[in-house]
Write a protein that binds this ligand. Structure first.
Ligand SMILES: O=C(O)CCC(=O)C(=O)O
Length: 380
């Protein structure tokens, strides 16, 4: 490592250069053991709440569901997870690695590879998202660390920079084997074990996969996906991160579903999007506190609509949610999830019924049903 550090002083310049060259890097010691214990338990509870209705055993799940249980945007209905999703050090590291002054959250997601869970098929992330510019980045946080046995991630070094932007449908049936594509022939997969407390980052165009989990325990992971502030919607294919805020093709992605993750004032957390993750069918998320918070026509939400939520406000909100014993947070969240799921079920039963019992897989399936251009030049 060199002595020179990036402008923000958090990361050694060698790490930034490694990310720019390889499209992935492991940043050591970003989270403390106490944070990992606390957030690991909260994310596990949130995943349990979201998937409470699912009784399908691993062997009967789809190929994609056997790779991991995926729960998207826990920050929206599990307030105690919000400070993790907007963890300032992780957001700051993401911005430093991309060499940009500010990043927004695209979405968060828990990815729990169950004991016996199969490998994660090789794919690039960015083709799933209608963001024109390609400089997105994922922070991958394994609460217990990751090992080759538990489902370590593997990356194709430099694959983010070869002009490849290929949609691989890992959600249904047998996906195309991206590793067999001529563009990546000869690039050897590097599997990386991540020590507890470290965070693995990968570029949205880096081809990556993960080993199966051959251990007796789960491989719990929380991830945050960031993109540079100023990025624009490139494609019309549906996605909840832009559709809920009425962001049209060509417009900057600056809605309330994709708040600034870095920089934010210390202790500051963003307000919840006006339209909940279940979509308009799930009804408004919360009472609107002032006329200024009313969505603009077309569901576009003004950046300043809701005052930003501070940690203190969050504590107060939780006080109300948790009640005097302080132990009801998970129940309350699961009730909210259940209400949202109920509305959703009514609205989408015909099309999505099989997915409703499977965590958030329906969300990803909605994205994957619409193909994006299979190969668009990289501009990262
Ligand atoms: O956790 C995994 O197995 C895969 C993660 C992944 O594909 C991602 O975070 O983009």
């Amino acid at each position: 490592m060199t002595e020179r550090e990036t402008g923000d002083g958090l990361l050694d310049e060698a790490l930034v250069q490694a990310f720019q060259r390889d499209g992935f890097v492991v940043v050591p010691d970003l989270l403390s053991a106490e944070e990992l214990d606390r957030y690991g338990a909260l994310v596990a509870a949130a995943v349990a709440a979201r998937t409470a209705a699912s009784t399908v055993p691993l062997e009967e799940k789809s190929r994609y569901e056997q790779s991991f249980i995926q729960c998207i945007n826990l920050w929206e209905d599990h307030p105690l997870v919000r400070p993790l999703t907007f963890h300032p050090k992780v957001g700051q590291a993401a911005a430093a690695l991309l060499r940009v002054p500010a990043v927004r959250l695209w979405h968060d997601q828990a990815l729990c590879k169950e004991p016996g869970g199969r490998e994660t098929d090789a794919h690039q992330d960015h083709p799933y998202w209608p963001i024109r510019e390609t400089a997105s980045i994922t922070a991958w946080i394994p609460f217990e660390g990751s090992t080759l046995a538990s489902g370590a991630m593997g990356y194709l070094p430099g694959s983010h920079a070869i002009g490849l932007r290929r949609f691989v449908n890992i959600f249904f049936g047998e996906p195309r084997d991206l590793l067999a594509d001529p563009e990546v022939a000869g690039i050897e997969t590097v599997f990386v074990e991540v020590p507890r407390g470290s965070v693995a980052f990968h570029h949205g165009l880096t081809v990556h996969l993960a080993k199966p989990n051959t251990t007796d325990g789960p491989r719990p992971v929380h991830t945050m996906i960031y993109f540079p502030d100023g990025s624009t919607r490139g494609y019309p294919h549906p996605h909840f991160s832009v559709d809920r805020s009425g962001i049209e093709v060509g417009q900057p992605i600056d809605g309330d579903a994709t708040p600034i993750a870095w920089p934010r004032p210390a202790g500051d957390l963003p307000p919840l999007p006006a339209v909940p993750i279940g979509g308009a069918a799930a009804g408004p998320r919360a009472p609107v506190s002032s006329p200024a918070a009313e969505p603009e026509p077309g569901n576009r939400v003004q950046r300043s609509a809701n005052p930003p939520m501070k940690f203190a406000d969050l504590a107060e909100e939780l006080g109300r949610v948790r009640g005097p014993s302080g132990d009801q947070e998970v129940t309350s969240c699961s009730m909210r999830s259940s209400v949202a799921a109920m509305f959703l079920a009514v609205a989408l039963a015909a099309r999505c019924a099989p997915h409703l019992v499977r965590g958030d897989s329906w969300l990803r399936s909605q994205v994957s049903r619409t193909r994006v251009p299979s190969s668009v030049g990289s501009s990262s």
